[in-house]
Design a protein around this ligand. Structure first.
Ligand code: GDP
Length: 290
């Protein structure tokens, strides 16, 4: 079970419940405090942590453990269910033709994620193509091209064209035989009006089936505002959390999930094209609490 990987202090508070058939409020408070500590240090937004805490507390006190279930197992089950509720299920991604638009700030890992996702879809037997519309960051074209070569997937970009909207239009046309079109976009160092205007125009041309927001795992509370702005502009249908091979636990991304009413689609776990995983709640919860 996922909660086998709990942090050691949470584990020991749960272990103190061993053998008890009823819980008192103090026991529950102790456990909730441990969970709060872990989640806050994993960058989960304080309001989300508070909501989760009150749900766990209420349920642990009010719900009777089913006959034969120990107090410890009962609390574990509630904690687990509430954590799954917090992190959400994986974004649904049908294995069929589709257009995916990537949004995010510069350096978040969009270009890398575009190539990784293309690689992932190719392994699922689909024919992906990456369209690089980032005319803002020098080197974006070469980087995307090289990564797509490594991933052995189709690539479209035009280093001589300065209009990203035109590149999107031409690229979709040039790669029309592909099943999955992944449109990479330019970022900026911060949320700027021209970034939002540009991505709105690209969205209008690409008509994506889903737009994914790419976030660095180290993002803290900034995730919320980014998510809101991009969601208002193009509608965010899922989140990609990158750089989970580092020390950051990625809890900030949950603010984006909450803000957009979406879920996490993929996790980036390294710099090479194969370093991508589909999100699944159990692993992410272990990481947040670990
Ligand atoms: P973009 O500006 O959003 O397109 O970001 P890039 O794709 O260029 O990524 C920025 C930097 O982060 C690059 O040096 C990437 O190699 C690195 N990067 C992206 N994803 C990951 C990841 O999952 N793990 C690690 N360690 N590095 C990553």
């Amino acid at each position: 079970m996922v909660l086998d990987n709990l942090g050691s202090s949470l584990r020991s508070s749960l272990d103190t419940l061993q053998g008890k058939s009823r819980l008192d409020e103090e026991d529950v408070e102790e456990i909730v405090k441990e969970i709060q500590r872990s989640l806050l240090s994993a960058d989960v937004d304080v309001n989300l942590v508070m909501d989760l805490s009150s749900s766990i507390e209420e349920r642990a006190i009010e719900e009777e453990p089913p006959a034969g279930t120990s107090a410890r197992d009962h609390v574990l089950k509630i904690v687990y269910e509430e954590l799954v509720d917090l992190v959400g299920e994986s974004t649904e991604l049908p294995l069929e033709s589709q257009t995916i638009l990537l949004a995010g700030l510069q350096g978040s890992g969009k270009t890398t994620s575009a190539a990784k996702m293309a690689w992932w879809f190719s392994k699922k037997g689909l024919r992906p193509a990456v369209i690089q519309t980032d005319t803002f960051r020098p080197g974006a074209y070469d980087q995307a091209k090289q990564m797509c070569e490594r991933a052995e997937v189709e690539f479209y970009g035009d280093p001589d064209e300065s209009d990203p909207v035109r590149i999107a239009r031409d690229g979709l046309e040039a790669t029309e035989e592909a099943d999955v079109h992944i449109v990479d976009t330019a970022g900026r160092h911060a949320l700027e009006d021209d970034l939002i205007a540009e991505i709105e125009e690209i969205e209008a041309v690409a008509e994506p089936d889903r737009s994914l927001l790419v976030l660095d795992a180290a993002i803290g509370q900034g995730a919320k505002e980014q998510a809101r702005e991009f969601d208002e502009a193009i509608g965010i249908g899922g989140v990609v959390v990158t750089k989970l091979d580092g020390t950051a636990k990625g809890g900030g991304a949950l603010s984006a999930v909450n803000e957009t009413g979406s879920s996490i689609a993929f996790l980036g776990t390294g710099e090479t094209v194969q370093d991508i995983e589909r999100f699944e709640p159990n692993g992410f919860i272990s990481r947040l609490l670990g």
